[in-house]
Design a protein around this ligand. Structure first.
Ligand code: AMP
Ligand code: ZN
Length: 485
């Protein structure tokens, strides 16, 4: 089966056929740079990192663009509050965004254009829209898009134009010929950033920037346009009306929208004040936990940001890294491997399951389920401290190869397993209020009791550890412990 992608426009999964294979052009709406970004803002980039990698692995050549919105009321307000210019605010937060992006350890976009670099393109596309009869100029120089002039308005968000009309507040505006019409260009107020234009000095409305940047950098039709579901209406509906109004050709082949990261019952959002910045999350936990937290849910499902969810994600990652750390310790023993047919067929089956899951609208939960199957099998075949047979050596090597190569698609599972596992365990221990030294001391006491055949004490110590959430494995080579769920 070839790649199927859910298209918001048709509300169904469609076979992916790009305009000019093998080239695939992707544009996603990026951040407004007026503050540090919260972790919800990174759900899209984390998901699209996988989309891009998967398309490349599938033989496509991908051009991936994410913009910066550096002209916006929020930036202007921030500049006023801080007694500085909006250029300075944007510059500062673009810099901070780049730092967060690097800390996240995902691939950078091929290009991150700024609105201010594309003013000529914005003016040109507005001119085209006016020429096509889809926009008009108000007496004060504001340019408005005439929503009812565009036949397909509402087709992306599946909204009926008359319902829309009924749903909006009718503004008292002499400028607007119709309350649905929206701004393409407006005169700047004193002190606001301003550019000269055929309609007088002013600045662009929000929606036009993406139409202009997407077409000037990627052409009239782009293969994939992404954004959070909050952008379907009005932002993407308006982008579509603008671009198709200007070019009379399909703007986007596949509209891909990721769902929210929620905090309790609400979308994590700066304006609701319920945010955790990516920076503080990465400081407190790490980037891998954030990526795993996002990707273990399907991109079209909600992700809940909760303490329980985070702990659960750490446990899941620790299960992977624990098996990887065992495998690594086996590989380091340099025993030459001997093929195990059963394991080889499990790995082959897993690879093909991962392929079909990703081809099925990027079904990442199924990818992790398939990988967990292999972890379970591998854990069942070998316990720490046992003798490494050629069969075990083979399985360990193949298991690691699988984890690294499939993990790479999602920018996961590339850390040195033992030390990374330790850092995950430390987080779980903090949550349980226990210390590593305390556990090591209890284990040592128990080993002593066992050596002196004092099984009563040894059992008591085991019970004590279990009640602390620690599970123990006695092997010929010693006792190992893990944090249980
Ligand atoms: P903004 O700066 O609010 O325009 O958002 C930038 C990008 O982050 C957009 O693509 C939004 O759809 C996305 N976004 C914002 N909040 C969330 C959230 N809580 N969950 C997922 N995506 C979000
Ligand atoms: Zn946009």
């Amino acid at each position: 089966m070839s790649l199927q992608i859910y298209n918001t426009l048709s509300k169904q999964k469609e076979t992916f056929v790009p305009m000019n294979a093998p080239q695939v052009n992707i544009y996603i709406c990026g951040p407004t740079v007026y503050d540090l970004l919260h972790i919800g803002n990174f759900r899209g980039p984390i998901f699209f990192n996988l989309v891009r990698n998967w398309l490349e692995e599938s033989g496509y050549k991908v051009k991936f663009i994410q913009n910066y919105t550096d002209v916006d009321d929020k930036i202007i307000n921030r500049a006023n509050q801080e007694n500085t210019t909006s250029e300075a605010v944007a510059e500062k937060y673009i810099h901070e965004h780049k730092k967060d992006y690097s800390a996240l350890e995902i691939r950078k976009a091929d290009h991150m254009p700024r609105v201010t670099e594309h003013m000529d393109d914005i003016i040109q596309i507005i001119q085209k829209i006016i020429e096509s009869g889809h926009a008009y100029v108000a007496p004060d120089g504001e340019v408005l898009y005439s929503v009812r002039s565009f036949n397909g308005y509402g087709k992306l968000s599946h909204k009926n134009i008359d319902e829309l009309q009924a749903g909006i507040r009718v503004e008292v505006s002499e400028k607007k010929k119709d309350p649905l019409d929206f701004t393409l260009w407006k005169p700047s107020k004193p002190g606001e950033p301003t550019w000269s234009s055929p309609w007088g000095p002013g600045r662009p409305g929000w929606h036009i920037e993406c139409s202009a940047m997407a077409s000037s950098l990627l052409g009239s039709t782009i293969d994939i346009h992404g954004g959070g579901i909050d952008l379907i209406f009005p932002h993407h509906e308006n982008e579509l009306a603008q671009s198709e109004g200007a070019t009379h050709t399909t703007f986007v082949k596949y509209w891909v929208h990721w769902n929210f990261l929620n905090f309790g019952a609400h979308k994590m959002s700066k304006s609701l004040g319920n945010v955790k910045t990516a920076r503080s999350f990465i400081e407190q936990y790490n980037a891998e936990i954030l990526k795993y937290l996002m990707l273990r849910a399907h991109y079209r499902s909600l992700v809940d940001f909760s303490e329980e969810g985070i702990q659960d994600a750490i446990h899941g990652l620790a299960r992977f890294y624990s098996a990887m750390s065992v495998a690594e310790s086996i590989v380091l023993q340099n025993v030459s491997g001997q093929e195990v047919a059963e394991f080889k067929s499990l790995i082959d089956k897993t690879r093909s399951e991962i392929k079909s899951s990703l081809d099925d609208d990027f079904n990442t939960p199924k990818v992790f389920a398939a990988l967990f199957e292999v972890v379970r099998f591998f854990n069942g075949k070998y316990k720490r401290g046992q003798k490494v047979t050629p069969q075990v050596a083979y399985m360990a090597k193949e298991f690691l190869l699988l984890m690294k190569s499939r993990g790479d698609l999602m920018s996961l599972f590339q850390h040195e397993p033992e030390s990374f596992l330790k850092s995950l365990d430390n987080m779980l221990m903090i949550k349980k209020g226990i210390k590593r030294e305390e556990i090591d001391a209890l284990i040592a006491k128990r080993v002593e009791a066992r050596n002196s055949k004092d099984f009563k004490t040894s059992d008591q110590l085991r019970d004590q550890l279990v009640s602390m959430g620690i599970s123990i494995q006695d092997t010929p080579a010693g006792t190992y412990w893990e944090i249980s769920k």
